[in-house]
Design a protein around this ligand. Sequence first.
Ligand code: NAI
Ligand SMILES: NCC(=O)COP(=O)(O)O
Length: 335
Amino acid sequence: MTALAPLALTIGDPAGVGPELAAAAWALSDAEALLPFFVVGSARVVEEAARRRGITVPVCAVKTTDEVADRFADALPVLDLDDLPYTPGQPDDAGALLALNALATATGLVRSGAASALVTGPIAKSRLARVGFDFPGQTEFVADVCGITPEHAVMMLAGPSLRVVPITVHVSLRSVPDLLTVELIRSRAAIAAAALARDFGIAAPRLAVAGLNPHAGEDGRMGTEDGAIVAPAVAALREAGIDAFGPLPPDTMFHAEARERYDAAICMYHDQALIPMKALDFDEGVNVTLGLPIIRTSPDHGTAFAIAGTGTARVGPTIAAIRMAGECAKRRAMP
Ligand SMILES: NC(=O)C1=CN([C@@H]2O[C@H](COP(=O)(O)OP(=O)(O)OC[C@H]3O[C@@H](n4cnc5c(N)ncnc54)[C@H](O)[C@@H]3O)[C@@H](O)[C@H]2O)C=CC1
Ligand SMILES: NCC(=O)COP(=O)(O)O
């Protein structure tokens, strides 16, 4: 197998925890056996963030990704897009523009093959919106750049204990029942099944499909969506040869014994999926976008502005996101 191109890690919002966690991940890259990666963002911000965190991380500016493999052992390579000052916890428009530029640049590098996978640092959606970002999140932005419709870019949160796929994502809870359709559930679950096989090596993934309502509707007494929408979607998945089952009562499908029975839980809305996952695996959780021509992962947490620059942000999710991106890239590179 030829050597993989390095992984591209975006800085995220430079006032958040992204820069220090990129530096901390590099400091642990030997111990964690991470594939070589480079940061897309600002060398000055990463350098100052490392210093503030109290870790020794030499930073080297690179112009092309060809330089990364040779430099990575001795320094953290950074594709330097802007020379901003480091202002942890104080986001501003210049930082949001850098986050956006880094995301666009890194996505382009992965699409061109100059990097083998995209690992995005955390951004604040509201801050990016102020500088013209017109997407619900990074998921939809990357999908758009790749020419994939938002319906076909599927969010999965994955940790050591649980994988979850929210069918509806960054929408109001009030709008969820109206957005759920048999086709949306079927197609997103089918994309998840295909990606679990292709990128995660699970040949016949088992999908546990959550109901929307308490007790999965209790035969229509607590809502009709489970019988009218979720059950037919599960039937359609089974007809297509996918090992899906449900709708399951959501409150009893996440305990330890229940989790043994499936490889991913298909959930009807954001918090039904992300609350159990973050309760179990917050410190190792990865957000991965399924259904894209490229690999994209991210730590499961946000910008955490309140703790940026304090040295208390835990690096586990960033390491897990880099590791997962590398493993998926290796799997895709296999003949
Ligand atoms: N992947 C991404 O880009 C994501 C971005 N966000 C964005 O982040 C911003 C803040 O969102 P919040 O809901 O406050 O979520 P958050 O994840 O930034 O913070 C939630 C809580 O977890 C703590 N925390 C987060 N990461 C941590 C770490 N590595 N180590 C230790 N503690 C950590 C924070 O201090 C806070 O108490 C929002 O603007 C949101 O849009 C949120 C989730 C994912
Ligand atoms: N709650 C997950 C999240 O906010 C991540 O969104 P994205 O920026 O990865 O689309």
